[in-house]
Design a protein around this ligand. Structure first.
Ligand SMILES: [Fe+2]
Ligand SMILES: [Fe+2]
Length: 208
């Protein structure tokens, strides 16, 4: 598979097992999206020197529990000491991130860095790893995704130059959209955006 450059044979075998499970858990639309997120994550991991095996696994599995019901999320959370914040409790669409992180540990033994990347792909965090940045970005710009709200081609190009700038661009679009719809904005979106803006500013200042 040329779209999975440098991914090991062992990882490819694990991915095909995960995909078999996903075929029973997800619509073909979401399975397709997950494969495109995996391809984009591997492409970016190869550019930025991030572990391509972890990128492929986090990419394919990031939405693995996306079609669970609210009751299933609440039960799994109760049984495994997963705490949802007030924003997740209000919007169950956000719950698949924390439950997905738990699921890939429980069923496939995937490591903490992969779990963190899955956990943060909805709300972000100022201290997210490059792997987590790649999964967040790949989710939003994978090649099958279309967007009426923002210039996705610009973000696809930008993602090859700077992960931080791409995250800021995506968050800016998300925040503008949430404001136009009078929706609540998760505070992590603001915290991550502020942190990355300051980080870029201080790097530029040091270069002068
Ligand atoms: Fe998701
Ligand atoms: Fe997704």
């Amino acid at each position: 598979m040329e779209k999975l450059d440098n991914v090991s044979k062992e990882t490819l075998d694990l991915i095909s097992n995960i995909e078999k499970d996903m075929e029973k858990m997800l619509s073909s639309f979401r399975l397709n999206h997950s494969k495109y997120v995996m391809y984009k994550a591997v492409e970016l991991a190869n550019i930025y020197g991030v572990d391509v095996n972890k990128a492929a696994l986090a990419g394919i599995a990031h939405d693995i529990v996306k079609e669970f019901s609210r009751e299933q999320y609440m039960q799994i959370a109760k049984d495994n000491n997963i705490e949802f914040d007030e924003f997740e409790l209000e919007n169950e669409k956000l719950m698949h991130a924390k439950v997905g992180a738990w699921y890939v540990k429980e069923h496939y033994g995937l490591d903490e860095e992969i779990q963190d990347a899955i956990r943060l792909h909805t709300v972000t965090d100022p201290n997210m790893s490059d792997l987590a940045k790649i999964i967040f970005i790949s989710d939003k710009i994978e090649e099958s995704r279309k967007s009426d709200n923002f210039d996705i081609e610009y973000e696809r190009k930008l993602s090859k130059e700077s992960l931080d700038r791409t995250i800021i661009a995506i968050l800016d679009n998300n925040i503008k959209y949430m404001i136009s719809e009078s929706k609540v904005i998760h505070p992590n979106a603001i915290l991550t955006r502020n942190y990355l803006l300051k980080k870029i500013k201080s790097t530029e200042d040091n270069e002068i």
